[in-house]
Structures are given as C-alpha cells and as structure tokens.
Design a protein around this ligand. Structure first.
Ligand code: DAR
Length: 367
C-alpha cells in the first residue's frame, strides 16, 4: 500500500510544483519510518494527494505530528513561511519595542483616515488530549463538544463573555435546526458546511459532519468560539470600530480565560508554538483581519489587482465571506497579514495597522 502511495506522490510531484506537501515529501525519509509512522504521514498528505492543486497540501493529524515528523514538516514550514528549517517560534502579545507604531500604542485606524470597520482577530487552538480533527473519530468529536459545553458553563454567567452555545449535533440539548444554522452563517458567526470543502474532506477534518460541531456566541456577538472546524477551537473577537487594540486585547484575555478553565490544556510544541491542523496557521494560529471597501482596486469585479498590491505588503485578500468566497458587491474584501508563524501575535496586529495605511494609499491612487 505505501509503495503505491510513494509512486503516486512521486508521479504528482512533476506536475504540481506548487504543492508544498508533495514537494517536501522524500521517499528516502519515508522508508525509515515504522509502518504506523508511514500510515500517519500519508494521512497528513492525503488532502494534497487527492487535491494536487493545493498550495500547502498537508495537515497535521495528531498534536505531536510536527515534532514526530520534523524532517518533513521542517521543510514544509521553511518553504511556506520562508524561514530556516531549524527555526523556533516565540509567542508574544506585547506591542512594546515594535517600531513604527504610535507612541501611545493605540492602533486607531481613524488616525489613518479610516471609518469604523469590521475588525476580527482569531486564534486556532487544539486540546492536547484529543487527536487533531483529521484523525478524530465520531466519538472523539462528540466528546470534544461535550467537554467544551461543560467549559462554556464557566463563561455563560459572566458579564464580559456571557452567551450561549449552538450545536449542530442531532440530539444535543443546544441543537439548532438548518434555518437557525443558516442564519448564523449569514451573520458570519458560524462556519460554513465543511462537507463542501474538498481539502478538509480529503484531510478527514470534515468527517462525521455535522456531529461535534457548533459555536459559542457571547450576548454582544463580539466573542465567538467555533467548535470542531479545522481546529478543535477557533477563538475569535470581532467588533465594528477603529481601535485594533480593542479586539486584540479582548482575544488575549479570552484565550487566557478559556485556557484557565480546569481540564482544558492546549497543544503546544516547544519548537513551533501553538499546534494547529494546517501548517499555515502554526505558531500563533492567529488571523487578524479587517473588512474594507476597495471599490477602485476591485473595479473589474475581481480581487486580482487588490491581491497584486496587497501581497508585497504582506497582506492576504479574501472574499467578504472568508476563504474561497467572492468579493462583496460594494468592493468589500477581507484583508489580513499572511504571516502566522515565526512572527509574534503583537507583530501580526502591528503589521496589519502599518500595511493597511499603504493599501489605502494605493486604493486612493487607483481612483
Ligand atoms: N487548500 C489548502 C488550504 C491551506 C490554507 N488554508 C487553510 N488552512 N484554511 C491548501 O493546502 O492549499
């Protein structure tokens, strides 16, 4: 079985040079693994094999995969994140010492002449005691959800994070029907049906849909935790406003609060920081994003020009509905720094503040 897989990967390599997982796979390393190791590494690569058009082409499926398969993942991380193979990630939420920021440390978009925008910062986290989503059984997924529902009981009564949990699991006491689910998706609160994502399906991450999936939403709808998406948890704070610190600081407080709940222990690697399913998110698991209208740079109805301008600024452009979605009719796009790994949390939010000013300059020039 594994000889066939190796032959298939080697055959795909020549045709798909941009698939990082395939390109970093080395048969000489693979043959040194145990039978269990070979099966685990092929599991990590399955999405990229079944979807050779992938960019990353692999996902971790166990919390220890990055460390257990370091000869492979160190190459993947070096190629995607453009760092050295022996690099180590450091987490840091303090803005102190970061150059080019306002002296008072307030990252107020109004100072850049921008109006109130939809600001969102999220961090992916996984619990150490479960397999990652790519290798979870249906019982694992329901067990994770039940564990998180018990943890949410600690949040529900709080004035700052109080809210309620919505479950997609049939028979769950917090179960919501399709209409209520779709309403939460339309409000950009709940994640989309994972069965429609061929990458996550081939990775095993979408398996058993919709069991073990749901989201916790605070009363003010500014604090949300996705349960059972691409990572066990996607913890996010969102707010319409101009001060990036508001969502950044609230997320840090929320992460500390959730991680402090008895029985919850996040998966970390000494070398790679917070463990996430996708190597693109490893380290911080953080995406800090703004929804901003760029009618001039998207005047041709596509995000091509916006992406060409944003990429050299270290920014990614997504549709208004997130990854793999179209731009908004009014030219609204989702802008976020591309870097997640070997950059601190503080540097991510600082880079968003500094780069958005340059992007807006280009938008105004394109008028
Ligand atoms: N299609 C996958 C996506 C990788 C990055 N996006 C994530 N993790 N949601 C690929 O390998 O290109």
């Amino acid at each position: 079985m594994s000889e066939d897989a190796v032959a298939r990967i080697e055959g795909l390599k020549a045709e798909w040079p941009n698939n990082i997982g395939l390109q970093c796979f080395e048969a000489a390393y693979f043959v040194t693994l145990s039978e269990d190791g070979k099966a685990r590494l092929l599991n990590c690569l399955n999405s990229g094999i079944e979807n050779p058009d992938s960019e990353m082409g692999c996902y971790a499926c166990q919390p220890s995969d990055y460390d257990d398969f370091k000869p492979f993942f160190s190459k993947v991380l070096a190629r995607y994140h453009k760092v050295s193979e022996d690099t180590r990630h450091v987490n840091n939420w303090s803005l102190d010492g970061i150059e080019g920021l306002p002296a008072d440390g307030v990252l107020d978009l109004a100072r850049l002449g921008l109006p109130a925008l939809s600001m969102r910062v999220r961090a992916g986290r996984n619990l150490k005691e479960f397999p990652l989503p790519g290798s979870m059984t249906k019982d694992d997924r329901i067990g994770l959800e039940n564990k998180m529902m018990a943890a949410f009981e600690k949040l529900i009564a709080r004035p700052d994070y109080g809210g309620r949990y919505h479950s997609l699991t049939p028979g769950n006491p917090c179960f919501i029907d399709d209409a209520a689910y779709q309403e939460l998706v339309d409000q950009h609160i709940m994640f989309k049906n994972m069965d429609n994502d061929r990458y996550l399906t081939a990775a095993g991450i979408a398996a058993d849909w919709p069991y073990g999936r749901g989201c916790y939403v605070s009363a003010d709808k500014g604090f949300i935790i996705w349960v059972g998406e691409e990572d066990h948890l996607r913890i996010m704070c969102m707010q319409r406003g101009t001060v990036l610190n508001d969502v950044f600081d609230r997320l840090k407080s929320a992460l500390d609060l959730v991680e402090g709940i008895e029985g919850l222990e996040f998966a970390y690697s000494d070398d790679y920081g917070a463990v996430t399913s996708c190597p693109t998110n490893l380290g911080t698991g953080m995406r800090a994003s703004l929804h901003i209208q760029l009618p001039n740079l998207t005047s041709d109805g596509t995000d091509k020009r916006a992406k060409a301008i944003a990429k050299p600024l270290g920014l990614s452009v997504r549709g208004a509905g997130g990854e793999h979605t179209p731009i908004g009719e009014d030219g609204t796009v989702d802008i976020s720094p591309s870097a997640r790994f070997c950059i601190t949390e503080a540097e991510i939010v600082a880079s968003l503040y500094k780069a958005i000013a340059l992007l807006v300059e280009e938008e105004n020039k394109a008028a």
